[in-house]
Design a protein around this ligand. Structure first.
Ligand code: HAX
Length: 441
């Protein structure tokens, strides 16, 4: 058994026992009440599941295993090459075990992922057959589905497996999938935008550095950006669409490939991960309209026009956060360090000055502050990665780390099939009129 796997199960077994005890002794403890509004409006704020890997605070932002992003930018910065940015391998270890890894542990993960990274030919053949206009996120999801032929969990389940062992093949699927995603994503990028001229992986590089290399961006600065980008997008507790979908589909004991593809289809929605491409498109159009960096007055007009057209201002607002997203701020620090004079960065900064007040003035938008997607696109554009439709695939490669480690925890903790109740409006009217809760079958 590889040492990372051994470490994981040494953490998961006592946690599973503790949860059993909590349910036995405190299972009927009431955690909260919820309202009709919450039932109709996306279950916001309703506690409905446990996610061990991260917790989102409305005011403070995300904490991964208790650590904030500024803390982790220091603690996980172990890369020998840049020394500045964290490594996704380190974040994976933290989410999986709850501990900050040593340099040796990071090396073990990197070696494991390199060894597991070969993508079977039929996945590339399938991608080659798709029409060129197929959106990169659709290709990404289809490629993950095509890769499902390799699921160790599905094979072991078919052969007959004890429930107690579910975590073991799930670990294999999770490691294999994460190892292969950069190669798949780079293949999609090069097929769609670079005439199918592919770049072979470099096994000497770390996971994110190798991904940058296979995409065709070999500078140290871009590799540094990829390490940061792929670390901060990993996880945002369990209720967001991509995480929740992966968890829900996995609860039916669908394997990691089926569950992740479902999660990625959710990430591909414009209110979620697709916002990254929408922001870039919106800002470029803004720059074209005003021939460069606009004035604050021009920006105000542009934002107000977007709202008047019945569209959302992409990259602003959040279902949980009520402050500027710390993932936005981490990218801002990077931009100030590496590309302070970039025209698009100046526009992003101006938007930060102007947008919140306009959104606040609508009186209905609960969070007027920027989210992670408000920044990411212009960092990529700066280095020449200008194919906006690809941006959400980058997000997906990172998000896979968070949702798959959570899925692995689900199997190790013996999480059951998820099955909340739904009601009709007729039922709600009756409950509200009679003012007594009606039992739901
Ligand atoms: N621009 C315009 N209107 C907005 C808005 C924005 N940026 N954010 C919220 N609103 C509107 C909502 O559409 C809603 O309008 P209606 O009452 O007319 O339906 C109203 O304000 C209240 O919404 P809310 O409660 O503040 O926000 P929600 O929890 O419903 O939605 C969203 C959260 C992130 C989906 C929303 O803020 C939004 O659409 N933002 C723009 C798209 C975006 O940036 N998405 C990425 C979010 C981060 C993420 O998941 N990344 O992957």
């Amino acid at each position: 058994m590889d040492p990372i796997k051994r470490k994981f199960i040494s953490k998961a077994e006592p946690q599973a026992a503790e949860i059993k005890k909590i349910i036995k002794e405190n299972g009927s403890f009431v955690l909260g009440q919820y309202t009709v509004e919450q039932v109709y409006q996306g279950m916001k704020g309703m506690i409905g599941m446990v996610t061990e890997t991260s917790k989102l605070d409305a005011e403070e932002g995300i904490r991964f295993r208790g650590y904030s992003i500024p803390e982790l930018l220091q603690l996980l910065a172990q890369n020998k090459e840049s020394g500045l940015e964290p490594l996704p391998e380190a974040m994976f270890y933290l989410l999986l075990t709850g501990e900050i890894p040593t340099a040796d542990e990071i090396d073990i993960i990197n070696t494991e992922w390199t060894m597991r990274s070969t993508v079977p030919k039929h996945v590339f053949d399938m991608l080659d057959m798709l029409p060129a206009k197929t959106h990169p996120m659709t290709q990404f999801s289809m490629a993950i589905m095509a890769l499902q032929t390799e699921s160790v969990f599905a094979r072991r389940y078919r052969d007959g497996m004890n429930k107690k062992d579910y975590w073991d093949p799930m670990y294999e699927d999770v490691m294999n999938l994460i190892a292969r995603l950069p190669r798949i994503a780079a293949y999609i990028y090069r097929n769609t935008y670079k005439d199918g001229v592919h770049i072979e992986p470099d096994p000497k590089l770390d996971w994110a550095g190798n991904f940058a290399h296979m995409l065709g961006f070999d500078t140290n600065e871009f590799k540094t950006l990829m390490r940061l980008y792929l670390t901060i997008h990993v996880d945002h507790e369990g209720g967001n669409v991509s995480a929740h979908t992966t968890h829900l589909v996995g609860s039916a004991l669908s394997d990691a490939y089926l569950a992740l593809a479902a999660g990625m289809n959710g990430l591909a929605g414009p209110l979620h991960g697709l916002a990254a491409q929408e922001v870039a498109r919106w800002i470029i159009e803004l720059r074209e309209r005003y021939n460069g960096v606009p004035t604050k007055e021009q920006l105000t007009d542009y934002i107000k026009q977007t709202l008047a057209d019945g569209k959302v201002v992409p990259g602003y607002g959040h279902a949980v956060l009520r402050k500027t997203d710390p993932r936005y701020l981490a990218q801002q620090i990077f931009a100030k360090r590496y590309m302070a004079d970039d025209e698009l960065f100046k526009i992003v900064q101006l938007l930060y000055d102007v947008t919140p007040e306009i959104l606040k003035a609508t009186g209905k938008i609960k969070n007027p502050w920027p989210n992670v997607d408000a920044h990411s696109g212009i960092l990529l554009t700066h280095y020449g990665l200008v194919e906006y439709d690809f941006y959400t695939v980058l997000f997906g490669v990172s998000r896979a780390i968070g949702v798959l480690t959570s899925l692995l925890w689900d199997r190790a903790l013996g999480s059951p099939i998820e099955r909340p109740s739904s009601v009709t409006t007729e039922w709600i009217k009756n409950a509200v009129i009679s003012d007594t809760p009606v039992s739901v079958e």
